[in-house]
Design a protein around this ligand. Structure first.
Ligand code: SF4
Length: 326
């Protein structure tokens, strides 16, 4: 049976003046209703680009997209702009990192939430305003009946992010894509927002994709994890398996650069050496090989010459020759 969201062999390339930028290179993943998939990777790993494709947010004149994106059985890559517009903010919603630039400074938060609701449901002004107050209450804004008439600059960063979440969820979306939703917030507020998303998922049974560069962020909220590097998945599996027994050296690196409560405070955090690959010229073979300390464990020049596929085909898998015992 096809998953609620099924992405198969997705490729996304941008035509630029300096040539083609291949941002996503054969990505496949599934998300089921009522579950959270955490997608982790450094900037440039293709994680946000892949998810913007689900919403049809790339400029078709400059973008080459192939593969398959099925949402509840509907082929989104074949959908026209009108259909995509109806899906965006309706069945699928996105929460971005930067709430200040995503909200209009000229309109009250209530009006902005109500407009989304009216657009997708045709509700009257009065009904939409009532719904905006309900949503503000639901995301934990105090005095929602009064705050509905406030402007974004009258809210703190954490409260604005709650407003963004209220706006994203106003039409009861079945899929929520949250792209670094807590990056700009301090740690306490971060935890509150992640708890809020987890509560909302439990209440509504929607599917959530949480995109982040920080494995620590998804540790408490994701069911499944996919680690991306060079526009591909290099590891995927259940949260516990990936955190407890990571397969890919890149995931090992991500984990050793995250502070842990049980680690020795004297023990230094180890950032991954080198920089992520440029998308114009991915390294040959395993794209991680210029940064990997384990190429010597693999026979011959396999790491440089042959790109490893995710193995095994299902369950907890890694795209590394070490995994296959090569
Ligand atoms: Fe490192 Fe080779 Fe595995 Fe790539 S395939 S992660 S270079 S050991």
């Amino acid at each position: 049976m096809t998953a609620f969201l099924s992405v198969r062999d997705l490729h996304v390339a941008f035509r630029t003046e300096d040539g083609e930028v291949r941002a996503v290179n054969g990505l496949s993943f599934d998300v089921e209703k009522g579950t959270t998939l955490g997608i982790v990777g450094e900037s440039g790993s293709g994680k946000s680009v892949a998810n913007l494709s689900i919403l049809g947010l790339h400029d078709p004149r400059k973008t080459e997209i192939s593969g398959e994106i099925l949402l509840d059985g509907e082929d989104l890559l074949a959908a026209g702009e009108r259909r995509l517009e109806a899906i965006r903010g309706g069945k699928v919603a996105m929460i971005f990192q930067d709430s200040l630039s995503s909200l209009s400074p000229f309109h009250t938060v209530g009006r902005q939430i109500a407009e989304v609701y009216t657009k997708h449901t045709g509700a009257s002004k009065a009904r939409a305003r009532k719904r905006a107050v309900e949503m503000l209450a639901r995301v934990g804004i105090p005095n929602p009946a009064t705050r509905v008439d406030a402007y974004p600059h009258e809210f703190s960063g954490g409260m604005r992010q709650r407003v963004m979440i209220a706006m994203a969820l106003v039409c009861d979306p079945e899929l929520v894509i949250a792209d670094e939703p807590t990056t700009a917030l301090d740690v306490t507020v971060q935890a509150q927002i992640l708890d809020l998303l987890a509560d909302l998922r439990r209440e509504t049974g929607s599917a959530i994709i949480m995109i982040t560069h920080d494995l620590g962020v998804i540790a408490g909220v994701a069911d499944e994890v996919m680690v991306m590097y060079g526009g591909r998945a290099v590891e995927r599996g259940g949260l516990r398996e990936v955190l407890k027994a990571p397969i890919h050296p890149y995931t090992w690196g991500l984990l050793s650069s995250v502070p842990r409560l049980d680690s020795d405070v004297e023990q230094p955090l180890l950032p991954i050496r080198g920089a992520p690959p440029g998308q114009r010229a991915l390294p040959s073979g395993c794209p991680f090989h210029p940064r990997c300390d384990f190429t010597g464990e693999v026979r011959g020049d396999l790491c440089r010459d042959e790109r490893p596929e995710l193995y095994p085909a299902t369950g907890h898998a890694g795209a590394c020759h070490l995994r296959r015992g090569d």
